[in-house]
Ligand binder design. Structure first.
Ligand code: NAD
Length: 321
C-alpha cells in the first residue's frame, strides 16, 4: 500500500491537476463509465459530527475506493484543527487489494473548488465581471482562488454571517489584483457569478438576492436537511449537478423536489454539458445553478493523480500491508 500523508499533498496536487481530474470524471460519470456508491452520512451523536463514506468505481480511469471522514464543527475553535477531516483509500480494481491511503483534507478543498470552477467554465456568461461569495469559512478561500483562475473578473464581493472573516477573501482577491467589497446580502444582485459555501441548515439567500443571468454554484449542501438557497431560487433556476441521485436526496435540490416544484427529470448533469450532450446555458438572462454535492469519484480521481505524482517524485512511502 502506498501512503501519501496530508502534509505532502500541498507539494503534489496543483489546482490545474485538480480541475482536469474533476472535469474528466464528471464527463465519465455522465457517459456511464463511472458511478458512485450510495453515500453513508451519519450524525454520530458526538461532538455534533457528521461522519460517513463516499465511494465509487471509475471503469475507465480504473479507480476504486472510498473517502471516509466528515465535518466536526468545533475543531477549529476548540482544537485549532480544520472542521473537515477525511482520508481516501484506493483499491486495486483487479484484485481488491488495498493500493493507497491518501490524506483527504486539502484534497477535498481543492477538488470541491475545482467542481465549482468547472461549473463556472461551462455555465457562467462569458462576459461575467463580478464574482460574489457567500460564506467565508475554511473552504471559501479555495473556492474563490479557483474561480478567479478560471474566469477573468473585475471585482469580488462577499457576504458572511461574521463579516470579520471576509478579510481572508479580500486577501485572495488582492492576490489577483482585484478590489474586494464586503456587502449586505441585498447587494449580492451585483454579482454575475455567486459561490455559496456555508454549513447552514436554514437557507440564507434566495431569488431576491440573485440577478437574471447569474451563475450560482451552491457548494455547501452535502447532507440531508442542509439548505443554502431558498426554494424560490431553485424553482426559478436551471439546475445542474455533479450527480442527480445525490442532488435530489442530500444536495441543494432535495428541498425543491420535496416541495413538488421540480422533478428529478428537471435536474441536469454538468458532465453532459462537458460531453456536449447538453447545451448548458440557453440565454443570457437565464439563472444557472450548480448543485455541487461532492461525489466519491471526485476524491478517487484526484487521489489517483496524487499517488501517480507522489510515486514519480519519490514522495510518500510504500508499506507492505
Ligand atoms: P467552515 O465551518 O469553515 O465554515 C462554515 C461557513 O458557514 C462560514 O462561512 C460560516 O459563517 C457559515 N455559517 C455557519 N452557520 C451559519 C448560519 N447559521 N448563517 C449563516 N452562515 C453560517 O466550513 P467549511 O469547511 O468552509 O465548509 C462549508 C460547508 O461546505 C460545510 O457544510 C461542508 O460540509 C461543505 N462541504 C461541501 C463539499 C462538497 O463537495 N459539496 C465539500 C467540502 C465541504
Amino acid at each position: 500500500m502506498y501512503i501519501v500523508p496530508e502534509s505532502a499533498i500541498a507539494d503534489i496536487l496543483t489546482r490545474r491537476d485538480a480541475f482536469e481530474a474533476i472535469e474528466k470524471v464528471f464527463a465519465a460519470m455522465s457517459a456511464g463509465d463511472a458511478y458512485n456508491f450510495p453515500v453513508i452520512r451519519e450524525a454520530i451523536g458526538h461532538e455534533d459530527a457528521l461522519y460517513g463514506f463516499k465511494g465509487g468505481f471509475d471503469g475507465k480511469g480504473m479507480s476504486l475506493g472510498l473517502k471516509a471522514g466528515g465535518y466536526w464543527p468545533h475543531n477549529l475553535e476548540q482544537r485549532g484543527l480544520i472542521n473537515h477531516q477525511s482520508t481516501v483509500f484506493l483499491f486495486d480494481a483487479d484484485t481488491g487489494k488495498v493500493a493507497a491511503m491518501v490524506g483527504g483534507n486539502l484534497l477535498t478543498a481543492l477538488r470541491t473548488a475545482a467542481a465549482s470552477s468547472v461549473s463556472i467554465k461551462h455555465l457562467a456568461r462569458k462576459d461575467a465581471k463580478v464574482m460574489g461569495m457567500i460564506g467565508a469559512g475554511h473552504q471559501a478561500k479555495f473556492q474563490l482562488r479557483a474561480a478567479l483562475e478560471t474566469h477573468s473578473f473585475d471585482k469580488v464581493i462577499g457576504w458572511n454571517r461574521n463579516p470579520a472573516a471576509l478579510t481572508t477573501l479580500a486577501d485572495v482577491a488582492a492576490e489577483f489584483g482585484l478590489p474586494f467589497e464586503a456587502v449586505a446580502l441585498d447587494e449580492m444582485t451585483q454579482a454575475d457569478v455567486v459561490i455559496s459555501i456555508t454549513s447552514v441548515f436554514s437557507p440564507v439567500f434566495g431569488a431576491a438576492h440573485i440577478s437574471a443571468g447569474t451563475h450560482v454554484a451552491c457548494m455547501g449542501t452535502d447532507t440531508i436537511g442542509k439548505q443554502e438557497a431558498q426554494t424560490d431560487l431553485l424553482a426559478k433556476a436551471t439546475i445542474f449537478t455533479d450527480e442527480i441521485a445525490q442532488s435530489v436526496t442530500l444536495g441543494e435540490a432535495q428541498h425543491v423536489v420535496a416541495a413538488g416544484l421540480k422533478t428529478r427529470g428537471d435536474i441536469n448533469e454538468l458532465g453532459a454539458v462537458i460531453n456536449g450532450a447538453h447545451a448548458g446555458r440557453s440565454a443570457d438572462d437565464e439563472i444557472t445553478l450548480f448543485d455541487g454535492t461532492g461525489v466519491g469519484l471526485q476524491d478517487l480521481a484526484v487521489s489517483a493523480s496524487i499517488v501517480e505524482i507522489a510515486k514519480a517524485k519519490g514522495i510518500g512511502m510504500e508499506v507492505d500491508f
